[in-house]
Design a protein around this ligand. Structure first.
Ligand SMILES: NC(=O)c1ccc[n+]([C@@H]2O[C@H](COP(=O)([O-])OP(=O)(O)OC[C@H]3O[C@@H](n4cnc5c(N)ncnc54)[C@H](O)[C@@H]3O)[C@@H](O)[C@H]2O)c1
Ligand SMILES: [Zn+2]
Ligand SMILES: [Zn+2]
Length: 362
């Protein structure tokens, strides 16, 4: 029988979000019904509400979530009712040309639940194919990854988006290795995770760059060895000065800004790697002297979701968290209820929080 549950929806562009009752179908083939325990508030949710992603209103928001599998579709074997899972927005297909070549982390045909959740009979568009600011949500089985159930849901769910993107930007896309110097531009949740990932991967020096001194204080707590306030200092000069005049081996752009991209490009050592994890808007352009692109060597690498493979990376990172080697709790600035998402957007825009996390039932 379909479930009627409370959920946060954006009904029209730029209007405050509302908590309403939605209908969630029973899982069909390839689908699972998840009882959501916790879901982080991310900029992408706000971008949906602002109409900046597409105009497929009404949206069911929320996508950084953990919960318990309640029901599975007839053919689902990867998870069972009672499993503690983290949701992901790149359920790999196993059949596209990238998957077939053994590169499932780049899958070109990721999938979501087939059936629609609805509000007053209207189909909802779930944010990033998840929609987890809801007591229950319906996802594709591949979107639910089983992890150690002793992890705190508020912390575990954050691996579902920005924190994984940042960790992966360092550890997977950037391939940070022992002894590397790393610079991270932008110290929000994604940049701080990139800092934590660089430390986990053995970086010797981790330089955090931001315009906001509060963000730089937090960056130190995640493991930055040096901080640069780009509102008062030229960050390229500062990074060179901190690396014997050379630049960093790996530079991570976690803002999504062409000016920052250019700084990150120039803050690399020769043969260094630039990882672009910040998401640009469609109007942005980059212009570089082609001779510098060639002459400086190395690699410029966009990072989709940290190039993660949830089935491989979520259980591993949760184990590191439970061993005290990855401080996911530090990303949780506050826990709130479903009714508090609109106010949390304000705190996020003012830079007051890393992550507000909705706890269902609170
Ligand atoms: N690639 C992916 O798969 C993926 C996944 C999730 C998020 N993201 C993107 O990552 C980016 C960061 O996300 P977030 O949640 O950390 O955002 P955030 O807004 O919390 O953090 C951005 C930080 O950049 C700083 N900043 C702004 N301008 C700057 C400048 N000129 N120089 C230095 N620092 C500057 C801000 O002060 C802020 O601390 C966003 O673009 C987001 O869309 C990408
Ligand atoms: Zn997100
Ligand atoms: Zn695929």
């Amino acid at each position: 029988m379909p479930s009627s549950v409370r959920a946060v929806v954006a009904l029209a562009e730029k209007e405050p979000v509302r908590v309403v009752t939605i209908e969630v179908p029973d899982p069909g083939p390839g689908e699972v019904l998840v009882g959501v325990q916790a879901c982080g508030v991310c900029h992408t949710d706000l971008h949906y509400r602002e109409g900046a992603i597409n105009d497929e209103f009404p949206f069911l928001l929320g996508h950084e979530a953990a919960g318990i599998v309640e029901q599975v579709g007839p053919d689902v074997t990867s998870v069972s009712p009672g499993d503690f899972v983290i949701l992901n927005w790149r359920a790999v297909c196993g059949q596209c040309r990238s998957c077939r070549r053994g590169r499932p982390q780049y899958c070109f045909a990721t999938h979501n639940a087939t059936q629609k959740m609805t509000f007053e009979g209207r189909p909802l568009t779930p944010a990033l194919g998840i929609g987890a600011f809801a007591e229950k949500t319906l996802v594709a089985a591949g979107q639910a990854t089983k992890v150690d159930p002793t992890a705190r849901p508020e912390a575990a769910g954050l691996l579902g988006c920005g924190v994984m993107a940042g960790l992966g930007a360092s550890m997977l896309t950037g391939e940070v290795g022992r002894g590397d110097s790393v610079a991270v531009f932008g110290c929000g949740g994604v940049g701080d995770a990139a800092i934590a990932g660089a430390r986990l991967a053995g970086a010797a020096k981790v330089i955090a760059v931001d315009l906001d001194p509060r963000k730089l204080d937090a960056a130190r707590e995640f493991g930055a060895t040096h901080v640069v306030d780009a509102s008062s200092t030229d960050p390229v000069e500062a990074i060179r000065a901190l690396t014997d005049g050379n630049g960093a081996d790996v530079v991570i752009e976690a803002v999504g800004n062409p000016r920052v991209f250019e700084q990150a490009f120039n803050a690399r050592d020769l043969a260094g790697t630039l990882v672009q994890v910040g998401v640009p808007d469609p109007s942005m352009r980059i212009e570089l002297p082609m001779i510098d692109f060639f002459g400086r060597g190395g690699a410029l690498k966009p990072s989709w979701y940290g190039d993660c493979l949830p089935s491989r990376d979520f259980p591993l990172l949760i184990d590191l968290y439970l061993q005290g080697r990855l401080d996911l709790d530090r990303f949780v600035s506050e826990t709130i209820g479903l009714d508090d998402v609109e106010e949390a957007f304000g705190r996020m825009e003012r830079g007051e929080v890393l992550r507000s996390v909705v706890v269902i039932g609170s």
